[in-house]
Design a protein around this ligand. Structure first.
Ligand code: ADP
Ligand code: ASP
Ligand code: MG
Length: 479
């Protein structure tokens, strides 16, 4: 059984939805389709929610009208009149529930994470309803399943963590019987259910993660991520025009790429696949016959395959002059980060200066507030804290290459030649990535020079490396 996930651009309008359904139906057997909301709908729902919280009627109306228009477009693509009318009624019902949620937000005068999750879940629920109808319209039995009855999570609204054991049980109860009866099952991506029964979400872009979680829960043979690019590329094609498809990526490499900013995969996507030993394939709905990228264990290639950047980060350095204070200071910093739900991108410790460097995501309070809180938590210890906003990490990824001193030297030399200021560099022996921290404004340039220098951009370079390795495709051009 396959799990096939179709992202927002792949279900952006009636034509794209039909094309995605057609692709899914070329795979034999009863499979699971996971869908995101129609492209742009999650952002519009968030706009509507913010407008409702601030009682800005015009902005709310504008967002809701745009959402209805997108859904009407998809509904109009249903050929069979009975299916179209039934589906329109189901979508109207969900639009009414969406309006009721906006009303609740307006009454609450605030857009809480819980109400936000409830509101945005309508995007995925409507798309799952319309995709199941499209599959039926093509003559194959299909059922929509809303995963706030299947994908069990904790109660962290906006960024929920899955409960894999319970998800397995719920998937066995609520999805497997439909598959056994021969139906294609269309599941909502992105959404889950908290222990109190409320709807949660897995974080923006989380439908990829839903696909591997469901794949693991249902013992799928493969998870396919169908998107708008023909695979995992050697860099973000919007930043590097010579980026090309990498046919084979190891689990570790994919994890590093997703973690350090390759948006094509949600950062948590790979872990459930690793645990269940399921290959993940990345494919394009625009070029469905291309082989794409397969992510699976093994296959170290001794070369750098891709480079990525993750912006909007903070670099926090804690200097602890007295060695005996180091463990106490670390535990306080980690505790504070955990309390504030700050995502840690990387941590480094230098023993000679007894200093620790943390690269952090989502420091919503900003450096000043966070440092003030940390200083008060650390008041019994002698420490010096520095905090720098607007930094980015740039990673060069390739198992078997990224952990060699020679490659680190090349990486730093390329950045130095381009005068990219390197604020921090790290390489770990077991790692598939080398990582530098740079000022955010230099990140795009850094990615470009690392791609040119370590992966290659000139035609001659490409031809040689193609011959040598027999595995790199032609550059992918963004349309
Ligand atoms: P979907 O809506 O299908 O989930 P996303 O927009 O979330 O699609 O992810 C696909 C996008 O990821 C691509 O359009 C591309 O711009 C971006 N991207 C960033 N880095 C990479 C990379 N290394 N390889 C492929 N795509 C990448
Ligand atoms: N629709 C959600 C988002 O826009 C989830 C996803 O697309 O994966 O973030
Ligand atoms: Mg995505």
């Amino acid at each position: 059984m396959l799990v096939m996930k179709f992202g927002g651009t792949s279900v952006g309008d009636a034509r794209r939805v039909r094309e995605s359904a057609r692709i899914a139906l070329t795979k034999s057997g009863a499979n699971v389709i996971v869908v995101s909301a129609c492209g742009g709908v999650t952002n519009l729902l968030l706009e509507a929610g913010n407008a409702a919280a601030s009682a800005t009627a015009e902005a709310r109306h504008r967002a809701v009208t745009a959402i209805h228009a997108k859904h009407s477009n998809v509904l109009a693509g249903l050929g069979d009149e009975t299916i179209r009318l039934q589906t329109r009624a189901a979508v109207d019902h969900l639009h009414a529930s969406l309006d009721a949620t906006l009303h609740d937000i307006e009454q609450a005068h605030e857009f809480s994470p819980q109400l936000s999750d409830k509101l945005v879940s309508h995007g995925e629920k409507i798309m799952a309803t319309m995709m199941a109808a499209t599959v039926r319209d093509m003559g194959t039995p299909a059922e929509a399943v809303f995963t706030d009855t299947v994908l069990a999570t904790d109660g962290r609204h906006g960024s929920a963590r899955p409960d894999k054991a319970r998800t397995r049980q719920l998937a066995a109860d609520n999805v497997q019987p439909l598959l056994d009866a021969g139906s294609t099952v269309v599941c909502t991506g992105f959404i889950g259910c908290a222990p109190d029964g409320s709807t949660t979400t897995l974080g923006r872009g989380g439908s990829d993660y839903s696909a591997t979680l469901l794949g693991a829960a249902l013992d799928a043979s493969e998870v396919q991520i169908w998107t708008d690019v023909p695979g995992m590329l050697s860099a973000d094609p919007r930043k590097v025009s010579t980026a090309r498809v990498i046919p084979d990526v190891t689990y570790d490499e994919a994890q590093e790429l997703a973690h350090f900013g390759a948006k094509v995969l949600h950062p948590r996507t790979i872990r459930p696949a690793v645990q269940a030993d399921i290959p993940v394939r990345i494919l394009s709905t625009f070029q469905p016959t291309n082989a794409g990228t397969v992510v699976r264990p093994g296959g170290q290639s001794q070369r750098i395959k891709a480079t990525t950047a993750l912006k909007g980060l903070t670099m926090l350095t804690v200097d602890v002059p007295e060695l005996e204070d180091l463990a106490a200071a670390s535990s306080t910093v980690f505790h504070q980060l955990h309390e504030d739900r700050v995502e840690i991108i990387s941590v480094q410790q230098s023993s000679s200066r007894r200093s620790m460097t943390f690269i952090l995501d989502t420091l919503t309070s900003g450096c000043d507030v966070f440092v003030a809180r940390l200083n008060s938590a650390l008041e019994d210890l002698e420490v010096e804290i520095t905090c720098l906003d607007n930094v980015a990490v740039v990673a060069a990824v390739g198992e078997g290459a990224a952990n060699t001193p020679a490659m680190l030297a090349q990486f730093l030399a390329v950045l130095s030649r381009a005068n990219v200021p390197v604020l921090n560099a790290s390489q770990q022996s077991s790692n598939a990535a080398m990582v530098v921290v740079v000022p955010e404004d230099d990140a795009d340039r850094a990615v470009q020079v690392v791609h040119d220098g370590l992966i290659g951009s000139s035609r001659a370079n490409r031809r040689n490396s193609n011959k040598r390795r027999g595995m790199i495709n032609e550059p992918y051009q963004v349309g």
